[in-house]
Design a protein around this ligand. Structure first.
Ligand code: ZN
Length: 106
């Protein structure tokens, strides 16, 4: 199975619990290989770097810098992460998840 998965592009590889998501891996490569230490770890959506709920304060700061000229793209990215997190954490409050993923953008 690993051989098959290794041959797939990053964005269509299945998510591996405890690892960062394929879209986040692809985003890291798109950043020229720059890797953040503060990626989400599924399915609990805590930060791989500081263990705080993702996006942690450091990752929020990094995202603001990365998307400095593209705030709508940042909102769309975070909305996609919110959808995934809502599926992974079905018992979590939708209001709290919305505040956590998108509420800090204002
Ligand atoms: Zn962190």
């Amino acid at each position: 199975m690993d051989q098959v998965v290794q041959g797939l592009p990053l964005w269509i590889r299945p998510a591996v619990p405890g690892k960062t998501s394929p879209p986040d891996q692809a985003r890291a490569l798109a950043r020229g290989g720059e890797v953040t230490a503060h990626d989400p770890v599924m399915p609990r959506w805590h930060c791989s770097g500081c263990q705080r709920p993702w996006p942690c304060p450091i990752r929020r700061q990094e995202l603001r810098a990365e998307y400095d000229q593209a705030p709508l793209s940042l909102a769309l990215y975070l909305a996609s992460r919110l959808v995934s997190a809502t599926q992974d954490m079905a018992s979590a409050s939708p209001t709290a998840l919305h505040r956590r993923f998108l509420g800090w953008l204002r």
